[in-house]
Structure formats: C-alpha cells, structure tokens
Write a protein that binds this ligand. Structure first.
Ligand code: FAD
Length: 509
C-alpha cells in the first residue's frame, strides 16, 4: 500500500453524486482541502449518469413527439415519421458527457482532488489531541472497472495519475455519500426481461410493450415517456391511484391523465411472480385486492420501479461502527452527523426524500457545519417533489390531511383552483389540478400562511419553485397573494389560486 502521508485532507468524501460533489464544491469554496473518491469512471453519481439527467434527455425527446402529435389541432401540418434511436442514443450520451465533464472541470477549478477508486475501509486514527490532525483513514482500492488496476488521482480534470493499487487517504472529517441502487421486487431478481431503471435508460430502442410495477416518480416517468413513444404501457400499482402518498387530488388527477393518454393502470394489484425466457418477454402474474385468483399481463419488458435501497451493505461500513437503521439508512441528526465524531452522511443513504436537490442542500449544510458556520438544517418538509410525467406533477409542503392532523396548526383549509381558467393551460390542451393548503400556526393564529401547494400541469416542475419559496419561508398568505404574476403564463395559476385562498378570487368564482 502506498501511504500518501503528504496527501492529508481536511475532508474526504465517499461518492461523487449530488450529495458528495456538492459537499466538495462548498467545502473547497470555504478553503478546505478536499478529497472526493468515486469508483465510477465519471463523476455525478446516479443523477448525472443513470438518473435525473439521462431520463430527462429522453423525456425531452418524447415531449417533442407529444407536441408534434397535437399540432394539427393548431393548424400546423407535421407528423412523427419514426425515431432514430442511434441519434437519440448519441443525444443522451452527449448531454451526460457535457454535464459530467463540466462537473469534473468545476471540481478541479475549485481545487478538489478527485480519486477514482473504491473505498474499502474506514478506520479511526489515534487521537493526538491536535485539533487539526486527521481522525480517519480511508482505504481506497482500484475501481473494479479500472483497466490498469490502479487508483487514479485527478488534480486536473481529465488528467489522471496512477497512485497505486491501494492507497490510504486521511482526513479530519469523512462524508459518506454512497447513494442508492434499484430495489428488486421481493423474490424476483432483475434478470432477462425484468429490468431496473438503469437498464431501462440504456436499452437500444423503446419497447413495443412494457409492464411497469410501481407508482412513484421513476415508474411514472417511464410510463409517460414510453407511452408517448407509442409503447403499450401497463402500470401495476398497489393503491387506487398513483402517487398515493401525495395530496389526494394530485394523485387522482395524474392517474386520470395517464389513463386519458393511453396508459393502462391496474389498481390494487400485487405482483406474485414474473415468467421470462430468452426473447420471450415477461409475463407478470399478479393478484388484485377483493378478487380471487391470479391474473397475468405480458410485456416485451417488465420494469420494476418500486423504490431504491441505500448502498450501505459493504463490510467496511459495518466494520466502521457507523449506525444504520433497519432499512440500512445511515442514522444522522438534522445536520447529517452520524454517531461517529467527524463522520457525516448525505443523500440517498439518509432517511428522507431521495432527490438530488435535497442531497445538494445537505452537502452545503455539511460543508458549512464543518467550517463552523452553523447552517440551518435541511427541512425535509419543504423539499419540492416533482414527477416529469405528461402532464408533470409537483408538490411541496403539507397535504390537507397532514395539516389537519397537526396540533400546532389552526384554521387549516384547502383552496382548489380550476386550471382551465388559465389561458396557457387552455392552449396546452392539458388538464391539471392545483390545490393550496393554508392555515395559521397556533403561535400566530391571525396570520394564515401557505402550508402546501400541489400541482398537476405542464411546467409544474418550474411552478413549484415559487411555491417552495412561499412554504419554506412561511410567507403570510395575504402577502403571497399580493405578488404579481406575468400574464399570460402558467405561473398565473398560482397567483390566481393564492388570491382565491386569500378570499378575493379575481378570475374565478
Ligand atoms: C431514473 C431516475 C431518475 C431520477 N430523476 C430525478 C430527478 O428528476 N430529480 C431528482 O431530484 N432526483 C432524481 N433521481 C434521484 C437522484 O438521482 C438521487 O436522489 C441522487 O442521485 C442521490 O445522490 P447521492 O449523492 O446520494 O447518490 P448517488 O447519485 O447514487 O451517488 C453515489 C455515488 O457513490 C459512489 N460510490 C458508492 N460506493 C462507493 C465506494 N465504496 N467507493 C467509491 N464510490 C462509491 C457511486 O458509484 C455513486 O457514483 C432519479 C433517480 C433515478 C434512478
């Protein structure tokens, strides 16, 4: 082993996804010496390589198909003559490549040292009572995919220097950001035509038919994307609607819209098995609540998108003494501290919404806490959730039920805005829904605030950003309703809904 004695860092970070790289960027900005260790060949983790970015690249393409299909209604003659999957593949890779290289350049620019290797050990060093001395050593092995069997160190983007088959990196603080992997259906491993989201992003062509199991963001994004591309999609969900943990109206509206677009949704269903064979596709067996016997549905592929599991099962993590909960999540306080002093955890390995933007904020909080800035903790209740389906769904804050069950809230009410009152909605040809949950904190009962906003509409992913400002900053409803929205925009839906919630609707009854 090469002991890199001279390579002592203030902070060593395991995993270069959104949680790890945001910690690195902010810590370097605060003057810390940072090592970022990643086993993949490219930086950016799930998000940039096999999650947010490639999925939205494909959705951008299928969104264009939806647009072309409807333009005849607008008097424009155009048609979709087919999909050139080779070019679509190149487009997706080009987007990923630009983003991951851009990230590598930014990290190098900030002075972050990147190691390409796999962390295989975390051990505490003897305490010499020196407040600046390293407290931990990380053992870094060559990445299993490294052709030369060497760990590579990058001080400059794209210029790796082999530094040995195994190296030891020492640091005062260690940040765990190892992310998550797709969860298989119980007893049904991913194999043959039973695929996970990573595989689904990489298949050469969209399938002619697919059975998707799941009702969360990833399942719905693939359902919409493939449906737009002409695939025969069947969605198997456990409850009566998709997004069953969300605001009821949003879930019901999106379920209806997906069906209207041609997605077959089988509610109250439970997968019991999947039969596959070479080139035979997937016959999915399932039961339904209240019905006898087993049913089957066939797809060229079956995508299981029922959730993701944290990557915390490696022996080195168990040996380190970091406490995990029963689901394998790293147990942390609200500033991402684990039970070991100077060891932190961010992103999908921590309990809470598994989303890139939450991981970014956790990374910032950790870097600032290490620098002694005492940042505000991440408030999971105000992390916006988005589904990039057609139409999109987005939500932030409390649902009506959640607000009504809280003892510290009074005068809770829900305002529903009729989306088709908005000119841009009308032009879009899409249906949707918007509801605002408002109420007053018992400590300030005369000042109602916006507690939650739930939207199904085109561009909901952008509209929710304004709602997040209102909810996250507890803006009084009366002040929020005074804000002026440009006309004619989708954003006016929120302005109109706020006016209605404030008791003075303008363009609605
Ligand atoms: C299909 C799909 C679509 C998504 N779309 C969105 C979206 O639109 N918006 C959104 O906010 N979120 C989205 N997500 C979720 C988002 O990708 C994750 O929440 C985010 O990537 C989590 O960041 P992370 O840093 O915790 O982990 P990850 O991004 O998973 O990164 C962890 C990194 O750690 C590395 N690693 C693990 N173990 C080791 C080790 N021992 N040594 C070295 N490196 C290691 C891994 O290789 C990986 O690169 C999507 C996810 C999927 C699968």
């Amino acid at each position: 082993m090469t002991q890199l004695e001279q390579e002592q860092y203030d902070i060593a970070i395991v995993g270069a996804g959104p949680g790890g790289y945001s910690t690195a960027l902010r810590a370097a900005q605060l003057g810390r010496r940072v090592a970022l260790i990643e086993r993949d060949a490219t930086l950016g983790g799930t998000c940039l390589n096999r999650g947010c970015i490639p999925s939205k690249a494909l959705i951008t393409a299928t969104h264009a198909i939806d647009t072309v299909r409807r333009v005849s209604e607008l008097g424009v003659n155009a048609s979709v003559d087919g999909i050139d999957f080779g070019r679509l593949h190149d487009y997706r890779l080009h987007i990923i490549d630009t983003m991951t290289k851009g990230l590598a350049g930014l990290l190098a620019h900030r002075g972050v040292t990147v190691y390409r290797g796999e962390v295989a050990g975390l051990s505490a060093l003897a305490d010499h009572g020196d407040g600046n001395a390293a407290r931990y050593a990380l053992t870094v092995d060559a990445s299993p995919a490294a052709a030369d069997g060497q760990v590579e160190r990058y001080a400059k983007a794209g210029v790796g220097e082999p530094v040995g088959a195994t190296v030891s990196v020492t640091a005062r603080d260690v940040v765990l950001a190892t992310g998550s992997r797709p969860r298989p259906l119980p007893g049904i491993p991913f194999h043959a035509a039973v695929i996970d989201s990573t595989h689904a992003l990489e298949i050469n062509e969209f399938p002619a038919s697919a059975v998707i199991v799941g009702s969360g963001a990833i399942a719905l994004e693939f359902a919409s994307m493939w449906n737009s591309a002409g695939c025969d999609v069947t969605l198997l969900i456990r409850k009566d609607r998709v997004l069953s943990g969300w605001d009821r109206r949003a879930g019901v509206t999106l379920t209806r819209e997906l069906k209207r677009h041609g997605v077959k949704i089988i509610t109250h269903s439970h997968v019991t098995g999947i039969d596959t064979g070479a080139n035979l596709g997937a016959t999915v067996r399932y039961t339904r609540d209240g019905e006898d016997g087993e049913h089957t549905v066939w797809g060229q592929i079956a995508l299981a998108a029922i959730g993701r599991d944290p990557i915390t099962d490696a022996a080195w993590l168990a040996d380190s003494g970091v406490t995990l909960d029963q689901a394998g999540m790293v147990v942390t306080d609200d500033r991402c501290r684990t039970n070991l002093p100077g060891v932190w955890a961010v992103g999908d390995i921590t309990e809470g919404p598994a989303l890139a933007h939450r991981a970014f904020e956790q990374g910032i909080v950790v870097a600032e806490a290490i620098a002694g800035i005492d940042p505000k903790p991440v408030d999971d209740a105000t992390v916006p959730q988005v589904v990039f389906s057609a139409p999109e769904a987005a939500s932030v804050g409390l649902t009506l039920d959640q607000a009504q069950s809280r003892d510290d809230l009074e005068s809770v009410s829900e305002t529903v805005y009729p989306m088709l009152g908005n000119a841009r909605m009308l032009m879009s040809g899409s249906a949707g829904s918007m509801s605002i949950v408002s109420g007053a904190y018992a400590s300030d009962p005369d000042v109602p605030v916006v507690l939650g906003v739930h939207i199904v509409s085109p561009l909901a992913s952008d509209l929710i950003a304004e709602a997040e400002q209102l909810v996250g900053n507890r803006v009084p409803l009366h002040d929020a309703a005074r804000l002026i929205h440009p006309h004619p925009t989708f954003a006016e839906t929120l302005g109109e809904a706020l006016l209605k919630a404030d008791g003075r609707p303008l363009h609605t009854r």
